[in-house]
Design a protein around this ligand. Sequence first.
Ligand code: GLU
Length: 517
Amino acid sequence: MREKIIFAALMTERRVRVRFAPSPTGPLHIGGVRTALYNYLFARKNGGDFVLRIEDTDQSRYVAGAEEYIFDTLKWCGLEPDESVQHGGEYGPYRQSERKASYLQYAERLVKDGYAYYAFDTSSELEKMRNDFKSEQNHTPQYDLHTRLKMRNSLSLTEEEVNKLLADKTPYVIRIKMPEQETISFNDMIRGEVHFDSSLVDDKVLLKADGMPTYHLAVVVDDYQMKISHAFRGEEWLPSAPVHILLWKYLFGIENMPQWAHFPLILGPNGKLSKRDGSKYGFPVFAMNWMDPKTNELTEGFKEKGFIPQGFINLLALLGWNDGTEKEIFSLEELIEKFSMERVHSAGAHFDYDKAKWYNQEWIKQLSIADFRLQIEKGFLPENHDESKLDKIIPLVKDRCTLLTDFTEQSSFFFKAPETLDTDSVKPKWNDAKQLFFVELIRNYELTLQWDATTLESNFKEIASVNGLKPGELMLPFRIMLVGGKFGPGVFDIADVLGKEETISRIKKALDIFSAK
Ligand code: GLU
């Protein structure tokens, strides 16, 4: 008979305390920022605390600049932690490497209680086990109940042998001893009851030879010591959950365990969204620009690509959650009000870059002129722009921008005459009547005392009608004269901003080009 144990955290009244616990191993992928966001929303909704803990016990994977990147990203997104290395708090230190001293006692307690053991195997012995085992059995070779007694550890060696190895300061790790016949189950807030067969899980290392804990021990000890009530993380951690649940049972009691939720994967065109998808299909996967300190390779982030925080947050929130209605546009405040873990999906969430840009455009439309100006002043203004014209240009161009980077294309012709004109769209239909129309328009515009879009438009239409021409056929050439191509806001608004001299000069230059044989 299999022993079946269902572990569920006691639902006693606890202050809501959640943690976002990234490892500083590189830039934050959108999945990481979504984890931070869902934690933040849950904390704010429940009047709880949002803790940021840096999980840097694996020093070999530490990447310079990654920790700063995490803070900068959260700041840009407006997801300010309540407690962290930078914000302080009662439960610090908030960097695991600085908590090193607190883990050893727990690892030793597990050994003493028979839940863990010392393992003295060298890397070549481990390698040999993996190879031997691969050829012997049709089973993934791992350090587990099938192999542990063939290895050099405190389960296979005598007490004297173990004491001698310890006295000789032989390097060792501490491994959890996974029970042989248990079904380990727990309640996931998104997935419901989840079950694991303990015999399939390997004896994970808890404490490394350098005295540092692995993630598995550190996460449990820290969640306990930091009084975390809810532990939310990505689905990739689900296979580790049985180890964590046993550690809770052995060390701190299931009644103190946080409630778990594992967020769905974010899927790209070929399964789990990866950095490679980003470069292949030309969309960002990191929150902000990231310069790899080893290769100096720069990867563009959502921020620099021209996303605004409101759009970015909105698109992330909807990658795996909705409020049960058709509503898609949510501010951070609305998300706090509406968010619930029960409505997070368990199936993978498809990332669609066009949809992502749509969210951003909707949010750009909602920005006030002043707020939009603040955004584009952060590096999105065209070179040689004229500050004094921005207040007139922004209202014309803002809603045409899907990304902040579009502002340059949508506005640079205000500051600089186009270098090339889309003559192919004009020349085939060009004729003397049109040429004469523009000559007359120049004369009219030179004499007009009133330079505003309404006057320019009515004069334009009047001259067209006197000459028996349709204004519609003249507007496209006029646009191409001023802008260079078939884009931009209303053509009379453009002429209004350009001013008399510049408008006339562009018409003249273009006439030379259009009338050339
Ligand atoms: N340090 C883990 C990571 O980098 C966090 C997992 C967790 O939240 O428990 O994703």
